[in-house]
Design a protein around this ligand. Structure first.
Ligand SMILES: [Zn+2]
Ligand SMILES: [Zn+2]
Length: 308
């Protein structure tokens, strides 16, 4: 197989990769999270994320270069970073991250926070529903088919940047979904989960779809099993072989990925159209997943959500 072929991702992986290539790095996810909650100077972010000054500078430059942050100068001349229209639309992704984190982890920062929807005035849980039929979005109700951009995206031969798996997490009191960031801030794990959503279960299937070294794939599969996102089941006795299946915890990441996928399709467009289309089986429509308030059913936007 030529290097070009090896680096050409199929539609299954490439769709989610448009988003992951831009913001799928642990530090980028942490920085954006902080800016969502109003942390916007270099020193505040340095303290909140635990990133070294060098890493922070690098990621801030990167996020500006892809139009996810804008730099202004404050009263004292120091730079202040703001969200752009593009990054503001990651808010839905952040809400789905919060929802998953709340369900599966005890996180003191998160447990002490209540999300209030200004429109209805109630404390709420965010949930994703289909715009056509208003039903909750779950993996089992979704079908995938290739779109016009299928099989077109190339990925860089080298992964642009890699975060150490175990690095110091920040001290921000608003670090609301650190477990999700730690799990998905490594792009291979995010890719593996995306492929598992398509029904892939075996080592050889993953290796066929991803330009990843075998030892790294083994390592990341183990990490996902340890995290309870995948479970390992033997399908052959001699030699012993395993399949990796999504657990409920893994399947419940689907709304987060759906939000990230639609953001990638909208904002990381290559001019060839979406690589993959999703349809909602219960209603037969193309799936548009809206993140809504479970109390009033209204769509959630950053300006309407209060943290108390
Ligand atoms: Zn529907
Ligand atoms: Zn509401």
């Amino acid at each position: 197989m030529s290097q070009a072929e090896k680096n050409s991702l199929t539609s299954k992986a490439s769709s989610i990769n448009r988003a992951l290539d831009q913001i799928g790095d642990k530090w980028c996810l942490l920085i954006l999270q902080e800016v969502f909650w109003g942390i916007n100077t270099f020193n505040q972010m340095h303290q909140a994320t635990g990133a070294s000054r060098g890493v922070l500078t690098d990621r801030l430059d990167w996020l500006q270069s892809i139009d996810c942050l804008q730099k202004h100068h404050g009263d004292n001349g120091r730079p202040i970073y703001h969200l752009t229209r593009k990054s503001m639309e990651l808010y839905q992704t952040a809400l789905m991250a919060i929802s998953w984190e709340r369900k599966y982890f005890t996180n003191p920062n998160l447990d002490s926070v209540e999300l209030v929807h200004r429109v209805c005035g109630k404390a709420f849980s965010p949930q994703m529903q289909c715009r056509s039929c208003d039903q909750a979005v779950a993996l089992n109700d979704v079908q995938f088919r290739p779109g016009s951009g299928a099989g077109q995206d190339q990925r860089p031969i080298k992964t642009r940047r890699r975060s150490p798996a175990a690095s110091r997490s920040g001290e921000s009191v608003k670090n609301l979904y650190i477990n999700l960031v730690n799990l998905l801030g490594d792009r291979w794990t995010a890719n593996i989960i995306a492929l598992a959503f398509h029904g892939l279960t075996r080592f050889d299937d993953f290796i066929r779809e991803l330009p990843v070294a075998t030892n790294i794939l083994s390592d990341r599969l183990k990490l996902l099993v340890d995290a309870g996102v995948l479970c390992k089941q033997s399908y052959q006795q001699s030699p012993l072989r395993y399949e990796y299946h999504l657990t409920d915890k893994g399947r419940d990441l689907f709304p987060f990925f759906t939000a990230l996928l639609s953001w990638g399709d909208k904002w990381c467009e290559t001019g060839r159209g979406a690589p993959m289309l999703l349809s909602h089986t219960p209603c037969g429509s193309d799936l548009i997943g809206d993140v809504v308030c479970d109390q009033c059913g209204g769509r959630l936007f950053g300006r309407d959500v209060k943290f108390s």
